[in-house]
Design a protein around this ligand. Sequence first.
Ligand code: DLZ
Length: 162
Amino acid sequence: MATKNLSEYDINTVPSAAGMKFGIVVAEWNYQITGALAQGAVDTLKKHGAKDENIFIKHVPGSFELTMGGQFFAEYTDADAILLLGCVIQGETRHFDFICHGVTQGATQLNMNYNLPVIFGVLTTDTEQQALDRAGGKLGNKGDEAAITAIKMVAFQKEMEA
Ligand code: DLZ
């Protein structure tokens, strides 16, 4: 499992997020963790210039529904990027595999179908502690990483379109 600190990045490589619009879909499963991911994402977007009024947050029941939530943002809003935030913890059933497969495939499909950055901010861990470590714990916050990725991809797209 990766040991990189998810909140560490070179600030000089991050474009301004001023004027960018973001849709954030947050899974309610493991909300202690996904809520922290969302907080990290919002704080990081704002730190780089995004305005409160340009950050839209919606909740879905579980990580499996993140794809659908992302599709709703893509269809019905003018978000420049969509962040999918969830946490799937390996249990005793094969649900873990099915959910992880569903949401990774779903996110990829959204990227292709909408020509829009859809960011995979889903923790997939063996234990709850590993997830906590990556949701504002000793290994940073995957929400921060998702936010930085979103900003960079929006800037990339705008540059290509110009
Ligand atoms: C059912 C389920 C299970 C067992 N585990 C998780 C999990 O660790 N993380 C998560 O986000 N969601 C989980 N879910 C719920 C599914 O994502 C989904 O909401 C339900 O299967 C209904 O479609």
